[in-house]
Design a protein around this ligand. Structure first.
Ligand code: ATP
Ligand code: MG
Length: 433
């Protein structure tokens, strides 16, 4: 197939027959976020490359291997966002959100771009829902953000998913830990991949997140950061757990979670599904107390998470979750002759103004072809208009499911259709009960 007819590798189209599922899921995300006081923020798809170098970290896989970076015509280095936290924090500093009433709670939905090897659950363009809670240092904030993630998942019908948490400490307790890691990995340096050999000196924790099978096998036996936490970080972690338990949220402590981005401190967490294969992390997040000051803002302890929407969709599909039906047309007005066509145009306008989904022929088709189309789009009702109907001002309103026809006055079509739809709904409910 010619390139012009082919999507770029690693990208995905969300087709008209599935977009209502995305609208449902995204609607739930924003709805649940607002229960916790989070308001939506929309930031650009691209930023100055420096924004990501400073935040995500220049020894991470994301920065070293996965960014879509280019010079624009003005000679600026621009990067398509690989995640949204960096851009959101840039905006929060630039627009003064971090100096406003704290905690400032924002959420987002948007596309992310990473040059990765495409496979199930791993795309080059994917979408994230996420939240950032800025200016809250307390462990109860960590538990609140985790609870929000949990509620988003359950609101779309996902109950079977596990929460794994860990603490990766603060820069203070990490000093000792880095020393221990360096010692451990130095003993295995010959086996590490090229990238990790370089990471050993600058950021040994990144080796723990390396995807190469050899590095991850070595990393499995590495010292764990939980054993090196300072008293404050230990206490913080204990309190996070207590606040989770207080609201009935189950978790397991997984000392191997470090997350793929450099900015995390203390609490990190993941929601992991056993139903979607190797790319099993649906949501990842944590605390980033140093990020805002590192990016030139005030010292504002913060935290957040990013949830992969494609992976979440995979979980829903693989768990056979119930999703809302695709929206259908309420009424299709089939026509015969010019007069009927004009009348149908007027009736559709009236119906649509009242909030009904109405369609009529716009392809100059014969009656048979119109009815075939009406059937294909799954309309609830049809009306056929010809010269007789226009003259008498009456027509038959056909219930496509039942096959029954009710005679109605064309002047009262809006009222009659409303009544018929309500009747259908009651009947459906009665059938379910
Ligand atoms: P992974 O370990 O799978 O590479 P990550 O640590 O790179 O994930 P984050 O940067 O924390 O992921 O992003 C948060 C979420 O975004 C992930 O948990 C996942 O659901 C989703 N995600 C990340 N990268 C991709 C991708 N390439 N394709 C689809 N979803 C992704
Ligand atoms: Mg990754």
């Amino acid at each position: 197939m010619a390139e012009i007819n082919r999507a770029v590798k690693g990208t995905n189209d969300i087709l008209p027959d599935e977009s209502h599922n995305w609208q449902f899921v995204e609607g739930k995300m924003l709805e649940v976020a607002s229960l916790y006081g989070f308001k939506e923020i929309r930031v650009p798809v691209f930023e100055h490359t420096e924004v990501f170098l400073r935040s995500v970290g220049d020894t991470t896989d994301v920065v070293q291997k996965e960014m879509y970076t280019f010079d624009d015509k003005g000679g600026r280095s621009i990067t398509l966002r690989p995640e949204l936290t960096a851009g959101v924090i840039r905006s929060a500093i630039e627009k003064g959100i971090v100096n406003s009433a704290l905690p400032a709670k924002v959420c987002y939905i948007g596309g992310c771009y990473r040059y990765e090897k495409p496979q199930a659950g791993r795309l080059r363009e994917f979408h994230q829902f996420g939240v950032e809670c800025m200016g809250a240092a307390e462990p109860s904030a960590d538990a609140e953000v985790i609870a929000l993630g949990r509620q988003v998942l359950s609101s779309v019908g996902i109950e079977k998913i596990s929460l794994e948490i860990n603490s990766i400490g603060c820069p203070e307790c990490r000093k000792e830990y880095h020393k221990a890691l360096k010692e451990y990995f130095s003993a295995n340096i010959d086996e590490l991949c090229g990238t990790c050999k370089e990471r050993l000196d600058r950021n040994p924790m990144r080796i723990l997140d390396c995807k190469s099978p050899v590095c991850s096998a070595i990393a499995e036996k590495a010292p764990v950061v939980l054993d090196y936490l300072c008293d404050n970080c230990k206490e913080h972690f204990e309190q996070v757990k207590a606040h989770l338990t207080a609201q009935g949220i189950e978790y397991t402590v997984n000392p191997h979670i470090v997350r793929g981005l450099d900015y995390y401190t203390r609490t990190v967490f993941e929601f992991v599904s056993g139903d979607i294969g190797a790319q099993s992390t649906v949501c990842g997040g944590g605390r980033y107390d140093g990020l805002i000051s590192q990016m030139g803002g005030p010292s504002v302890p913060s935290l957040g998470f990013g949830m992969g929407i494609e992976r979440l969709m995979l979980v829903l599909k693989n768990q056979g979750a119930e999703l809302p039906d695709a929206p259908t047309t309420d009424i299709y007005i089939a026509t015969m002759g010019e007069k009927a066509k004009l009348k149908a145009t007027a009736l559709c306008a009236e119906l649509r103004a009242e909030g009904y989904k109405a369609q009529t022929d716009i392809c100059a088709r014969g009656l048979k072809a119109q009815m075939k189309y009406a059937d294909k789009i799954g309309t609830k009702f049809t009306v056929v208009l010809g010269d007789d109907e226009i003259e008498n001002g009456k027509a038959g309103l056909k219930d496509m499911k039942e096959g029954t026809v009710t005679e109605i006055k064309l002047d009262e079509l809006v009222l009659e259709l409303g009544e018929a739809i309500r009747e259908q709904i009651f009947k459906n409910i009665a059938e379910i009960i």
